[in-house]
Design a protein around this ligand. Structure first.
Ligand code: AMP
Length: 282
């Protein structure tokens, strides 16, 4: 496995792979890798000839400075996991490499960025749009892999690729969960043992809501019930629990079994903000 720190180092390698007619798969990450990330790696390894994982904790997508500062960093362990997983390249750019000058360009993803994550994390999707565009330009992959865990990010990146005509394919990989159902996330490392137990409320709420929706209970009643479940938990604070269309992120007030839908949730567990989602009608 080769470590690369600059686009200039990658260019001749890229050219070589291109000449050999090899398909390059890119997996953008912020490190603190877990088995969810490794599912993306495995998919790239099984469908592409060359797999490149980028690790870059992108400062511009953090709307909360404390979240940025406390974002887990486990580089040595990450590199071990990626070696084991058979990754070909790890791209580890510096902030200066990614942002030689502060970015002036601003993305506006329209309605997509005014709800849920966009509403609660102003500026977040602009930062994601900028960094992912830069990675696509620097690495020029044939395929890029993203997790369904960040469902709204997937919708944003689909928009980005369509609107800017990036010549690549996107692959979306299902959410990897712990045995008890908690969605794997780098931020889980910051949970205390007590908070780790409370964090299960995200998954259990999604499951309960799904069952009740499919059994005919009204979405309004379900939302009330879920909100009160969070209010009863001293370590938990719900930000949103919404039924949405998974592409447009239009929020529904009423469930309709013939329209595509997913439930999305975001909550603070102690000081750690977690998100999760569950498809209802695919
Ligand atoms: P991150 O390092 O959190 O920016 O995540 C890098 C990529 O891994 C993103 O495309 C995420 O959606 C994806 N990812 C994060 N957690 C999971 C998970 N539990 N299962 C599958 N993919 C995930």
């Amino acid at each position: 496995m080769k470590l690369i720190r600059t686009g200039a180092e990658w260019n001749p390698l890229w050219l070589n792979h291109l000449r050999n007619n090899q398909q390059i798969g890119l997996i953008p990450t912020m490190g603190a890798l877990h088995d969810g990330h490794l599912d993306l790696v495995a998919k790239s390894r099984s469908t592409c000839d060359v797999t490149l994982v980028s690790i870059f904790v992108n400062p511009t997508q953090f709307n909360n400075p404390e979240d940025f500062q406390k974002y887990p960093k486990t580089l040595d362990l990450d590199l071990e996991k990626l070696t084991q997983a058979g990754v070909d390249y790890v791209f580890l750019p510096s902030v200066e490499e990614m942002y030689p000058t502060p970015t002036q360009l601003k993305f506006d993803f329209g309605d997509l960025e005014h709800v849920l994550e966009g509403k609660f994390r102003p500026g977040h999707f602009n930062g994601v749009g900028v960094v992912v565009s830069k990675l696509f330009h620097l690495i020029r992959p044939h395929v890029s892999f993203f997790g369904q865990k960040d469902l709204q990010q997937v919708a944003i990146i689909k928009r980005l690729v369509a609107d800017l005509s990036f010549d690549l394919k996107l692959e979306v990989i299902p959410t990897r969960r712990e045995v008890d159902g908690l969605a794997m996330s780098s931020r889980n490392l910051r949970l205390s043992p007590q908070e780790r137990l409370t964090a299960l409320l995200l998954f259990s709420s999604l499951e309960k809501a799904k069952t009740e929706l499919l059994n005919g209970k009204s979405w309004f009643e379900i939302q009330v019930e879920i909100r009160s479940g969070f209010e009863n938990e001293p370590f938990a604070e719900l930000e949103y629990f919404e039924l949405i269309h998974p592409d447009s992120f239009e929020t529904y007030t009423v469930f309709n079994s013939i329209q595509k839908s997913s439930i999305c949730v975001a909550a603070f567990i102690g000081a750690v903000r977690l998100i999760d989602n569950m498809p209802i009608i695919s």
